[in-house]
Write a protein that binds this ligand. Structure first.
Ligand code: TA6
Length: 310
């Protein structure tokens, strides 16, 4: 079973427009779909789509928190959240006919540190039951940037691999806990190593350097150019087939979920990367945030290649 941890859950609202966004105007939304969001819940859906057992935890609060649990129930995602006082946030994704996607992400309401202690106790109780842990997304106001350090350490103390997918100071301040897998973008790698990683070779070198600090797998998304993975077996470059993107939102989260599935299934590192890229590409073909069709991912898997570059 895979445990997903989401401190900053969200009701994700996807607004699809009939015309291009016009600033300063009143625009009626052609369609709106709500989904249980926050990166870790997109991750949870992707794990379930892959056919693996998943359990979601983190924080929910208020009416939005209740709606989020109902949305997860309808997705068939088991959950054991710590309920907090303040309302769960909303994140808006505006989708235009030309494929442009604009996201408005609320910071979230304040969560008190005693709630984090409750979550740590909940996670500790669940760890003996799980194979892999994922931790995804931003840290809500009120909690320290080091919130993920203790959660990663709890997982490692039980011998469970832990994938961390976050950014900014939350990522920087969590590296001391040596998460098993991280998925930084090129800017974050530059920030971590304090040097530019503009060229492909600089990215390769940086991924290798980051891996040597003790992070077992460093996955770098190259957008349309695929993704890199630096690990003990070497450095691999995965390339997915070209597609017409329908909705890219959640693709990175689907990649995390598929990486967790790959680890749970004890796939080799390059096979984990290939499987994760096929699922993330399938996510981009779905109109719904953080969802994809397993059959589409299986078809894309045959067209996704991974080559060893170092
Ligand atoms: O990656 C897409 C997404 O998960 C959206 O669904 C929205 O929930 C947002 O990211 C949350 O990002 P954050 O970094 O604030 O956790």
């Amino acid at each position: 079973m895979i445990l997903t941890i989401t401190l900053n859950t969200s009701i994700d609202k996807a607004y699809r427009l009939d015309g291009l966004l016009v600033r300063g105007s009143v625009m009626r939304v052609a369609s709106c779909s709500d989904s249980a969001g926050g990166k870790g819940l997109n991750v949870s859906r992707s794990i379930k789509t892959c056919g693996e057992e998943v359990l979601a935890t983190g924080f929910v609060g208020g009416n939005n928190g209740q709606l989020l649990c109902e949305l997860l129930d309808s997705d068939g995602i088991p959950h054991e959240f710590v309920v907090v006082e303040n309302e769960t946030r909303c994140c808006i994704n505006v989708l235009e006919p030309d494929g442009c996607s604009t996201e408005f992400l609320e910071a979230g309401r304040e969560i008190h540190e005693d709630s984090l202690a409750q979550l740590e106790a909940r996670v500790s109780a669940l760890l003996p039951l799980v194979d892999v842990v994922t931790i995804s997304g931003s840290i809500p106001p009120g909690l320290p940037a080091t919130s993920y350090v203790r959660l990663i350490s709890l997982a490692h103390a039980e011998g469970k691999p832990c994938i961390l997918d976050t950014s900014g100071t939350a990522l920087m301040d969590s590296l001391e806990a040596l998460p098993t897998v991280i998925k930084p973008n090129a800017d974050e790698i530059s920030q971590i190593l304090g040097k530019t990683t503009g060229t492909y070779d600089e990215l390769l070198q940086a991924a290798r350097e980051l891996h040597t600090t003790g992070i077992a797998q460093v996955v770098i998304s190259l957008g349309g150019k695929g993704a890199l993975m630096a690990c003990d077996e070497g450095i691999f470059h995965g390339t997915a087939p070209n597609i017409d993107v329908v909705n890219p939102v959640g693709a990175g989260d689907t990649m995390v979920g598929a990486l967790a599935v790959g680890i749970s299934r004890k796939l080799s590192a390059p096979e984990q990367l290939r499987f994760a890229m096929a699922c993330a590409t399938a996510n981009c073909l779905s109109a719904y945030t953080g969802r994809f069709e397993k059959e589409v991912a299986n078809r894309l898997l045959e067209q996704t290649t991974v080559e060893q570059v170092f």
